[in-house]
Design a protein around this ligand. Structure first.
Ligand code: ADP
Length: 484
């Protein structure tokens, strides 16, 4: 970086909302770059054009340009090329890499040398991009194991380690690490033999890409201050806590923000009726629509508990399944939208079948429907076992849907119990068990009966600042620190 020039940062991400999103990483990649750009950083984004991505880009009306030069990388003793498709996404120059390497499912169900290849190839192509676009990043900002090969390559690749450049590894969820057999990956990837040792990428005899990324990156961030502390000791890291503790001097916790223009009860076109802190009337219409879609009586004023989630152990749905009878006894309705592990999907389907008048399970991933749940619910349930940041609780608050959440990770940094002396925006519990969750839910359901008190809690959440403004400045500070 020369003096007076803006810092150049390339966001290297395998998810990008709204074109390719599995969870919070997609949301962050789709909103943080814009905030960084507004904070004066010259940020650009590179992402694979997974199946359907370019179609969604076209549908959204964005103009794309094919860059004349392709990007090449050497992997598995072959040259892999990708076409570079450029688009301006919310004011941020974004490069979609189109190639046969990205023509399979976005994330493989089984990780091995073959299924991990697209992620290594993508990282090398991200490093090669600079020549094709005539723009050399000062910093490569990488996200999760899927782009963790990039810092590893800058440190240990027989060619890329001479290229130079700083890297940041942001951990959106340490539970997913990219672990697989080392052979023939090490030879095929071009990494030096010493990249595979206990102080580098080796992990119980396997390759662990996230571990490699953490060790080799110039800095490591994670998505909330509490999670930054927890992962140095907490079991959710699947035994990476020792490494994270050892690397703690380069670890910072920076809370995620939201795209508050997209998640906006006042303007959202995907909800039945808009509403705001000044006029909450539209929320009643949203609730009615949700009850109708769930097949419930629309005249009933029972509190509606909603959840929008990946259905994996992390999200604590075993507590929900164990507490179904008590939730029914509270006189509440429960409406869940999600997809994931069979045992949770089956459990929710069975609970809904057995209780068609008060439990509804929408199985699948459905972005428009998620807006109906966020806006139509009264209570948003998030009993996570661990939660790096969590966006859903923030989204729900934007729509006046009061969170009931476990005090863990980013939930602890964003949801504050109303029964604290200083008040709060939701209901929280500490112990990771059904009783703990039911204790918080009961308090919420009881409080719901007091309409004025409930309105105050809704307004408290709706008024929270979930923009990226503060956090973008913290990332900018980090970029500047790295360039000192
Ligand atoms: P995670 O990244 O662990 O999945 P977050 O709370 O950080 O959890 O982000 C989840 C994001 O994915 C939110 O935007 C949420 O609305 C969305 N989401 C999760 N499951 C679904 C689903 N089944 N349908 C639509 N959106 C979903």
């Amino acid at each position: 970086m020369t003096k007076g020039n803006r810092l150049k940062v390339l966001f290297v991400t395998t998810e990008l909302a709204p074109f390719s999103k599995v969870g919070g990483l997609g949301d962050v990649a789709g909103s943080l770059p814009k905030a960084l750009s507004q904070a004066g950083v010259d940020v650009r984004v590179v992402t694979p054009a997974w199946p359907g991505v370019l179609e969604k880009v076209a549908e959204s009306g964005l103009k794309t340009t094919n860059i004349k030069t392709k990007v090449y990388s050497a992997y598995d003793w072959r040259i892999h090329s990708a076409q570079i498709v450029k688009a301006d996404v919310k004011g941020v120059t974004t490069y979609f890499l189109k190639s046969d390497d990205y023509s399979g499912a976005m994330y493989p169900s089984q990780l091995n040398y073959w299924t991990a290849s697209p992620f290594a190839i993508f990282c090398m192509q991200a490093l090669e991009l600079k020549d094709a676009i005539d723009w050399t990043p000062d910093i490569y900002h990488c996200h999760d194991w899927t782009s963790a090969f990039l810092p590893c390559a800058l440190a240990w690749h027989r060619y890329y380690r001479q290229v130079g450049g700083k890297s940041i590894m942001t951990l959106h969820n340490v539970a997913y690490q990219g672990i697989f057999e080392p052979s023939p990956f090490l030879e095929a990837s071009g990494l030096e033999p010493w990249s595979f040792s206990s102080s580098t990428m080796e992990f119980y005899g396997q390759v662990n890409l996230l571990k490699g990324g953490i060790v080799s990156a110039s800095a490591v961030t994670t998505v909330s201050p509490t999670y930054a502390n927890e992962i140095q000791t907490y079991e959710s890291t699947r035994e990476l806590s020792g490494i994270l503790y050892q690397q703690r001097s380069k670890l910072r916790g920076i809370l995620n923000g939201l795209d508050t223009k997209y998640w906006d009860a006042e303007k959202d076109k995907l909800i039945p009726k808009n509403f705001s802190t000044k006029d909450l009337k539209g929320k009643t219409a949203c609730k009615r629509e949700l009850l109708e879609r769930a097949g419930f009586d629309t005249e009933n004023d029972a509190p509606v508990i909603v959840g929008v989630s990946r259905l994996v152990e992390q999200k604590g749905f075993d507590l929900v399944l164990n507490g179904i009878n008590e939730i029914k006894e509270m006189g509440a309705k429960l409406i869940i939208l999600g997809s994931g592990q069979d045992w949770i999907e089956n459990g929710l389907s069975q609970a809904a079948e057995a209780n068609p008048d008060c439990i509804k399970f929408f199985k699948g991933y459905d972005e428009p429907l998620s807006h109906v749940l966020y806006s139509g619910g009264d209570i948003f349930l998030m009993p996570s076992v661990f939660e790096p940041c969590g966006l859903s609780q923030m989204i729900s608050m934007r729509y006046g849907t009061v969170p009931v959440a476990r005090e863990v990770g980013g939930l602890r940094d964003t949801v504050f119990d109303v029964d604290r002396p200083e008040g709060g925006n939701g209901f929280t519990f500490q112990t990771c068990d059904t009783e703990g969750m039911l204790w918080a839910l009961r308090r919420a359901v009881e409080r719901y009966q007091n309409k004025d008190a409930w309105r105050d809690i809704m307004l408290e959440g709706m008024r929270e600042d979930f923009t990226w403004d503060k956090s973008a400045l913290l990332y900018r500070d980090l970029y500047q620190d790295l360039m000192q």
